[in-house]
Ligand binder design. Structure first.
Ligand code: THU
Length: 130
């Protein structure tokens, strides 16, 4: 757990967030043990902004991964870390690939201060075409 949170913290250093100043990092653990990281990437036009969680998912899926175990998320402004909960769009992306009662979301302030939830708890239902 500590290791995954540390990877999310390192990814947060890459965040491009000149508009909100809110820097987010994520580390996504795949079923085969590999980890993909992501940061938020903002845009002057705002809506193209990509959250850290989706960056990590899209990197992993584009590299052929489809099975995931858990994701650690850290975030906050330069001076104040919080334990960010994923936004609804990111939860929907997670629901596309993960079993809601198995996939774990770790929302961390630091390596010793975090809360865990299953995807099912944060998104009890999701849109599906399946
Ligand atoms: N953000 C994330 O990266 N992940 C979340 O779960 C929520 C929000 C980003 C988007 C935007 O760049 C900044 O945080 C402020 O909303």
């Amino acid at each position: 757990m500590e290791d995954l949170i540390k990877k999310a913290m390192a990814a947060r250093e890459m965040a491009y967030a000149p508009y909100s100043g809110f820097l987010v990092g994520a580390a996504l653990e795949c079923a085969d043990g590999t980890v993909f990281t992501g940061c938020n990437i903002e845009n002057a036009s705002f809506s193209p902004t990509n959250c850290a969680e989706r960056t990590a998912f899209f990197k992993a899926v584009s590299e052929g991964k489809r099975e995931f175990v858990r994701i650690a998320i850290v975030g906050g402004r330069r001076e104040e870390m919080v334990a960010p909960a994923p936004c609804g769009v990111c939860l929907q992306v997670m629901a596309e690939f993960c079993k809601a009662n198995e996939f774990q979301i770790i929302m961390a302030k630091d390596t010793q201060d975090y809360t865990e939830a299953y995807l099912k708890e944060l998104l009890p239902n999701n849109f599906s075409l399946k």
